[in-house]
Design a protein around this ligand. Sequence first.
Ligand SMILES: NC(=O)c1ccc[n+]([C@@H]2O[C@H](COP(=O)([O-])OP(=O)(O)OC[C@H]3O[C@@H](n4cnc5c(N)ncnc54)[C@H](O)[C@@H]3O)[C@@H](O)[C@H]2O)c1
Length: 287
Amino acid sequence: MDVKTICVVGAGLMGQQIALLSALSGFKTYCADTSSEALEKAGKFADGWMSKQKAKGRLTDEQVDTAGRNLLFADNLEEAAKDADMVIEAAVENLAVKRGIFAQLDRIAPPHAILATNSSYLVSSKIADATVRPDKVLNMHFFNPALIMKTVEVVQGPHVSDETVETVIAVARAFGKQPAKVNKEIYGFLCNRIFSALTKEACYLLDMGIASVEDIDTAVKGAFGHPMGPFELLDMTGIDLEYNLGMERFRETGVLSDRPSPGLVERFGRGDYGRKTGRGFYEYGEK
Ligand SMILES: NC(=O)c1ccc[n+]([C@@H]2O[C@H](COP(=O)([O-])OP(=O)(O)OC[C@H]3O[C@@H](n4cnc5c(N)ncnc54)[C@H](O)[C@@H]3O)[C@@H](O)[C@H]2O)c1
């Protein structure tokens, strides 16, 4: 399928970047949000990001002008999705909200349009039945910062057609990304699962007194060439987020090893969430 027009739903942290990426990659792009404040911020973000890239010699005047013409903001979904060949939804991580958006999109977007969600954890089979085109509903998972990070996970749930997956992979490549095809739906897809396995083991080793926070981080960075150690990363992404995700997963699976580690629970209980509170696995002083 030939994708020319893309609609991005949600102009928050991820949506604003995905919309700009799409416009810079030559697609006519509509970015929709229910909040006019978010749309205004997204417009400023796009202008600011492109002028910085231009100043560094990474974008030409022509590229900036073309992307500026390609990128349109809309506060109503009707206008944003009515001509879309593909929609990428990046609204809040809430199943009821996403199902509502997909039901609306199903009514508005042309019948051939693919409806993708950038959800971090909600598999598309929980959303696809809100539409009458489940074969065209799938996960297309970007990583933050979406303008920079190369990986995009494209997940083929049991209801998704091969043609849909091929088209989304082609769009991801046109965005300059390296798509990873995930053949089956699984909680956390690939990268969040692998990240979680690494951090879980690091927490276990720490709880057992096998090595210190600093030594585990230094060892992982030095041995695998990771730019950050698991504890530095947990402090950055938030111990509260990791705790909530672990508990949610445990509630879903009932598997004891899915529970957050004792050291993580202890820090969560003290309100030591990482950088944002000034203390997590490391001390950061004032928040
Ligand atoms: N933040 C990350 O690092 C990250 C990484 C990968 C994937 N994701 C996923 O991307 C999605 C968006 O995350 P985010 O961090 O950009 O969130 P965010 O809170 O920054 O932005 C969400 C935006 O959605 C808008 N919104 C809410 N309801 C809407 C509706 N009905 N219609 C249109 N817009 C609506 C909000 O006004 C807000 O601007 C989530 O599903 C999240 O799981 C986030």
